[in-house]
Design a protein around this ligand. Structure first.
Ligand code: AP5
Ligand code: MG
Length: 214
């Protein structure tokens, strides 16, 4: 099962992708997480990506396409994967389709987690991410057992640099300009499924499971 998660920044792509990966036993591939891991390790890719991410801009297509095309051909992707945060532009979607077609393969579902802009800004201010394992929480909607401490690995939680309100607004603008056209792209491909992302995390997941099958 090859799945793409679509949705605005903060719509809950990562939250749902992790649940899908666990239930269907497929890898969760988040380009944002890959870039953040590279930034943390001070790699050349990380340094390049950081200048764009901190401004709320997309990293150039050429820095992300090969990385994902290589990743989905690794052994653990044989039974499928859930892509979170990729593709984010029409050229990225076309490059993915082309690479998969060359392997005799295709994407099965593009799931759009739909959340209006007004809900997003409120959510992002409350998101906290673990500095150790990258797990994400929300102060109100997905709290940790002990305040400020990751449930998974016990490390400290932080507000992501790009979750400051002015950067969130910029990311939303970039989303509408560059990523939203993918809704049309996957509608035409006949694989778009939309779920309401404003309801409780578990109810969003239930709607996704209904689409994917139990
Ligand atoms: P990325 O890390 O992908 O960020 P994003 O798309 O902006 O999305 P987020 O991770 O912020 O949100 P999410 O939808 O995963 O929401 P989450 O589940 O955390 O990308 C970061 C940057 O990297 C980009 O800006 C770009 O620069 C670069 N980049 C990455 N991929 C790229 C690509 N392909 N091309 C170019 N550049 C790329 O949920 C948000 C919060 O809400 C959490 O606190 C969560 O607990 C809470 N929550 C989730 N669901 C619910 C719910 N139903 N009800 C209440 N709260 C909820
Ligand atoms: Mg995410």
């Amino acid at each position: 099962m090859k799945i793409i998660m679509l949705g605005a920044p903060g719509a809950g792509k990562g939250t749902q992708a992790k649940k899908i990966a666990a239930k269907y036993d497929i890898p969760h591939i988040s380009t944002g997480d890959i870039f953040r891991a590279n930034i943390k390790n001070g790699t050349e890719l990380g340094n390049k990506a950081k200048t764009y991410m901190d401004q709320g801009l997309l990293v150039p297509d050429e820095l992300v396409v090969d990385l994902v095309v290589d990743r989905v051909q690794q052994d653990d992707c044989k039974n499928g994967y859930v892509l979170d945060g990729f593709p984010r532009t029409i050229p990225q979607a076309e490059a993915l389709d082309k690479a998969l077609a060359a392997l005799g393969d295709k994407v099965d579902y593009a799931i759009d987690v739909n959340v209006p802009d007004e809900n997003i800004v409120n959510r992002m201010g409350g998101r906290r991410a673990c500095v150790g394992c990258g797990a994400t929480y929300h102060l109100v909607y997905a709290p940790t057992k002990t305040e400020g401490i990751c449930d998974v690995c016990g490390k400290e939680l932080i507000l992501r640099d790009d979750d400051k309100p002015e950067t969130v607004q910029k990311r939303l603008n970039v989303y509408h300009e560059q990523t939203q056209p993918l809704i049309d792209y996957y509608t035409k491909a006949g694989i778009l499924k939309t779920v309401d992302g404003t309801v409780d995390i578990n109810d969003v997941f239930a709607a996704i499971v209904e689409i994917l099958g139990a």
